[in-house]
Every structure is written in structure tokens, then in C-alpha cells.
Design a protein around this ligand. Structure first.
Ligand code: PAF
Length: 284
């Protein structure tokens, strides 16, 4: 595996790979890799000749007061994990090289980026869309793989890739969970043992929604109330949002109509740690 830390060198390497007629698969990450990231790398590995993984904690997607400074970082560990997962190139740019003085462009993906996470974290998806657009231009992938855990991020990136004619195929990999159901996240390391014990309630609230819908419940307010009750039973948990939205538009639903596909999602603070998770309900 080769480590590249300069934007220009990564661009030149990608040009060379493409000139040789080889396909590039790409997994962008912010590092502190866990099994969720590694599963995306293994999917990507099977889709192309060369796998590029980026590790870049992108300052532009963190709001004021968020955890940019304290976001966990361990590039030596990330390199060895990425190599074992089949990466050929690990791209680790510096912020100053990604955002040189005078950088001003921001990619605005429109309404899909202003609900749910976009509402709670204003500006977040502008930062995500901008850095992913830049990474696509630098790495020049044929295919890029993102995790379903960040369902809205996938929707935003799909919209951006289509609207801006990137010609990159976007593939989604399933959420990887701990044995007790907690979705894997780099932020799980922030949880104290007592908080960690409460965190699986997030998955259980999604299970409550899926089983209510499976049992015929069509009223989204009732489904949201069931989910909220599961979270409310946890002493350290504070709900940011609980949502049942159309899986395509991400607009809130009032009822689950026949043939609908709903994204059930929530953001919860357990102590000081903000965690998100989601599931899809398909109504036949
Ligand atoms: O999902 C992430 O880790 C980040 O949002 C991404 C896609 C690498 C952009 O910084």
C-alpha cells in the first residue's frame, strides 16, 4: 500500500491508474477506522482494480462547538487496518492543501441537505458535499462506497454526483453493528461504560418502529412516540430528533402509505456524545 499526502500527487497517481485502463474504487473516511469502514473497503475492493482510501478529518463539516479538535485520530493504526482490508493507496491530505488560502467555493445540495442532520447541524452537508466533490476530482474514482449508517449523507452525495455529472457510481454498504445492536461509529469511543450500556436503546427504538409498522401501524406520529419512549427510558439520553420520512425526498411523513419506503432515523445525545442511526421501512 502506498501513502500519498499531497493533493497534486494523488491527482497524478489517479491519472496514471486511469491511463493504464484500471478502475478506481474509493472509500472516503475521517479515519479512526472500525469494522464499518473496513466492510466498505471490502465491498469496494471487489468493484475495481485499485482501492483508494482517504483519511481526512474535514474541518468544513464541523460546526462551532462540535468535536473537530477532539475527533479521534490514529493514522498509524488506520494505515495498517486499511492495508489489511485491501487498500492500494491511502490518501492523507493536510487541511492546508485541501483548503488553500482563498478557497471559497461551497457545494449547496438544496432541500435534501437542510432537513434532519442538516437542520440540527447547519452547514454540515455543505462541508460534506464540498469535500466529497473535491475528493472525487482528486481521486477520480469510477465507484465510491458509503455507509448506510449515514443515510442522509448518501442521499446528499448521490444528488450531488448526479447534479454535477461526476460520473461516479455511488454504492451503499450496510450498517455494521456491535453484538448488542449499537451501530459502529468512531464516536462510540467517547462513551463512558454507563453511557455505552444505554446506547443500544437507539437500535431498540428502530426495532420498535419496524415491528410496529410490521404489525400494521401506519400513523407516523404513533411510531415516533414509540421510538421516543424507548430513548426516554435511558437516564443519560437526550433526543435531538426522531423522524419518519420519505426515503427518497427525506420529507416527513404523516402516514405510511401502501408502496411507500420510509427512512426511520434518529439522533440522540448519550451524555455529551451525539449518535445517529436509521432503518428503512418498506410498506407493501
Ligand atoms: O462519512 C464521513 O466519514 C465523512 O462525512 C466523509 C464522507 C469522509 C466526508 O468527510
Amino acid at each position: 500500500m502506498v501513502t500519498i499526502d499531497r493533493v497534486a500527487s494523488m491527482g497524478a497517481a489517479a491519472d496514471g491508474i486511469r491511463r493504464d485502463g484500471r478502475r478506481i474504487a474509493f472509500v472516503p473516511t475521517m479515519g479512526y477506522l472500525h469494522e464499518g469502514h473496513l466492510s466498505l473497503m471490502r465491498i469496494a475492493r471487489g468493484l475495481a482494480d485499485v482501492l483508494v482510501v482517504s483519511v481526512f478529518v474535514n474541518p468544513s463539516q464541523f460546526g462551532r462547538g462540535e468535536d473537530f479538535a477532539s475527533y479521534p485520530r490514529d493514522i498509524a493504526r488506520d494505515s495498517s487496518l486499511a492495508e489489511r482490508a485491501g487498500a492500494d493507496v491511502i490518501f492523507v491530505p493536510e487541511a492546508g492543501d485541501m483548503y488553500p488560502a482563498g478557497h471559497a467555493t461551497l457545494v449547496d445540495v438544496g432541500p435534501i441537505a437542510t432537513v434532519l442532520e442538516g437542520k440540527s447541524r447547519p452547514g454540515h452537508f455543505g462541508g460534506v458535499a464540498t469535500v466529497v466533490a473535491k475528493l472525487f476530482n482528486i481521486v477520480k474514482p469510477h465507484v465510491a462506497v458509503f455507509g448506510q449508517k449515514d443515510a442522509q449523507q448518501v442521499a446528499v452525495i448521490r444528488r450531488m454526483a448526479a447534479d454535477l455529472d461526476f460520473g461516479v457510481e455511488i454504492v451503499t454498504g450496510p450498517t455494521v453493528r456491535e453484538p448488542d445492536g449499537l451501530a459502529m461509529s468512531s464516536r462510540n469511543v467517547y462513551l463512558s461504560p454507563a453511557e455505552r450500556a444505554q446506547a443500544p436503546a437507539i437500535r431498540r427504538s428502530l426495532d420498535a418502529a419496524v415491528s410496529a409498522a410490521g404489525g400494521g401501524e401506519r400513523d407516523c406520529a404513533k411510531i415516533v412516540a414509540l421510538m421516543r419512549a424507548v430513548i426516554a427510558a435511558q437516564p443519560s439520553a437526550a433526543i435531538d430528533y426522531v423522524s419518519v420520512a420519505d426515503a427518497g425526498t427525506l420529507q416527513e411523513l404523516t402516514s405510511l402509505a401502501r408502496g411507500s419506503r420510509a427512512l426511520v432515523s434518529l439522533a440522540v445525545r448519550i451524555g455529551a456524545t451525539r449518535l445517529i442511526d436509521n432503518d428503512i421501512i418498506t410498506v407493501d
